[in-house]
Design a protein around this ligand. Structure first.
Ligand SMILES: Cc1cc2nc3c(=O)[nH]c(=O)nc-3n(C[C@H](O)[C@H](O)[C@H](O)COP(=O)(O)OP(=O)(O)OC[C@H]3O[C@@H](n4cnc5c(N)ncnc54)[C@H](O)[C@@H]3O)c2cc1C
Length: 412
């Protein structure tokens, strides 16, 4: 049956949800308070990181975090004034990092990533976006054999999931990426990793397809979603409202207050990330490179070479500290001698993050006609199509493509 579905938030997750709802014949009304796809989906690193199945909340990160926190511009930072606010989230993160919980999150993440790969292939083909996807893999780099050895348990876990990879050295390493600093003695190549031409262009191309298939956009800041006479009423802060048969909250890092109104206290925080996009000729970059020990990646896009990553647990209100973008660029210049670092554009984005590294996908406590689709952290682009597929299953009343238990909104 064709229903009207309101989707709050036109980032990559809301757009992928819209596309999947249209596949089921629904009429979609996107509700967005800002420009389309200019939240986290605008300037991310553009990876379909299907093999990135290891949850961030892991025993390994607890060993690395203290060293990282000592460097104020390092891969992980917490502004001191924000520490009291983020402490409950950190405690949950610590609990999720314990071996038993980590194993459960890893299993859930693997299931979701398998679906993510299938659903993205189908959406990219169905929406005519194949020309925007590069399939040349990712190269993770190590500064010592000891660093590679430390990563081996993680690769063994991926191997058990059937994920293809190859540890490389010498000529093979140099062929995958010429011009690396000699400090990088080894790497791991994951061939099935993909990147998009540019994440904003990719999202806008999907938006154009969704609009051409009959979606509409309502500009407005959603304040709450209420039970309507026969469905739901999406109410904006200026008093206007939209009535719909069902609603989906895909408001990224800003979803928490909307869920709170529906009775769900979801510990959503933001991991702020930074980057600089250099002109396309800044380096002869063959594929996306990951400098895991330093928490950043370098990505070839049609719009430039993007250098960035890092995590700043600093909330939604604090102004950006672009010294972080600069610090990663300086490191990249040392790691890729010959990188031209002039003429870059800096950006900061709000990853929507839950402490167990899994998104929230499921119905609201306060209404069986409102569904959550947020909290994808570092993997929102990668998992957008899978989330769209799962939300469409829920709205249709079909058995979901994968078990949704690990992603339940009430798991906290
Ligand atoms: C530096 C960096 C690098 C990253 N790299 C990758 C990567 O390589 N691969 C990957 O998969 N992921 C990556 N990510 C993560 C990814 O960008 C996010 O997970 C993803 O963009 C989240 O998408 P979203 O649609 O949920 O949120 P957003 O894109 O933030 O969209 C949310 C939208 O909701 C709107 N909104 C919010 N509140 C309201 C309201 N009350 N009323 C109306 N509208 C509202 C906002 O205006 C916004 O447009 C990266 C993130 C960062 C910061």
């Amino acid at each position: 049956m064709s229903d009207v579905i309101a989707v709050v938030g036109a980032g990559i997750v809301g757009l992928a949800v819209a596309w999947h709802l249209q596949q089921d014949g629904h009429e979609v009304r996107l509700v967005e308070r800002g420009p389309v796809a200019e939240g986290a989906s605008y300037g991310n690193a553009g990876a379909f990181a299907f093999s990135d199945v290891l949850p961030l909340a892991s025993p390994g990160i607890l060993r690395k975090a203290p060293r990282w926190l000592l460097d104020p511009l390092g891969p992980l930072s917490i502004p001191p004034a924000y520490l009291p606010v983020i402490t409950p989230w950190l405690l949950r993160f610590w609990r999720a990092s314990q071996p038993d919980r980590f194993a459960a999150s890893l299993a859930a993440q693997c299931e979701l990533m398998r679906l993510a790969s299938r659903a993205m292939d189908a959406m990219v083909a169905g929406a005519g976006l194949s020309g925007r996807v590069r399939s040349d893999g990712n190269l993770q780099l190590y500064e010592s054999e000891a660093e590679l050895r430390t990563s081996l348990p993680g690769w063994a876990a991926r191997e058990r999931e059937g994920i293809a990879f190859e540890h490389v050295r010498g000529e093979r390493l140099a062929a995958l990426q010429p011009g690396l600093a000699p400090r990088f003695v080894a790497g791991t190549f994951t061939p099935h990793w993909q990147t998009v031409d540019d994440p904003y262009r990719f999202a806008m191309a999907l938006f154009d397809v969704v609009m051409a298939r009959g979606a509409s956009v309502e500009r407005g800041d959603v304040g709450q979603i209420e039970q309507g006479l026969s469905g739901v009423r999406v109410r904006m802060s200026d008093g206007r409202f939209i009535d719909a048969d069902a609603a989906v909250i895909a408001a990224g890092a800003w979803s928490r207050p909307l869920a709170a109104v529906l009775g769900d206290a979801i510990p959503l925080e933001t991991e702020r990330g930074y980057n600089t996009t250099l002109p396309t000729d800044a380096f002869d970059l063959r594929r996306q490179l990951t400098f895991g020990g330093h928490g950043f990646v370098v990505t070839p896009l049609s719009t430039g070479i993007r250098v960035g990553g890092a995590v700043e647990l600093g909330g939604l209100k604090r102004p950006p500290n672009f010294a972080r973008s600069r610090a990663m660029l300086d490191k990249a210049a040392a790691f890729l001698p010959g990188l031209l670092t002039e003429g870059g554009r800096q950006w900061m984005g709000f990853r929507p993050s839950l402490p167990d590294t899994l998104p929230v996908i499921g119905p609201a406590r306060g209404s069986s006609r409102v569904f959550y689709a947020f909290g994808h952290g570092h993997s929102g682009l990668t998992q957008s199509a899978a989330t769209g597929r799962l939300i469409a299953d829920l709205i249709a009343g079909r058995p979901p493509a994968i078990a949704l238990e690990p992603f339940r909104p009430d798991r906290f």
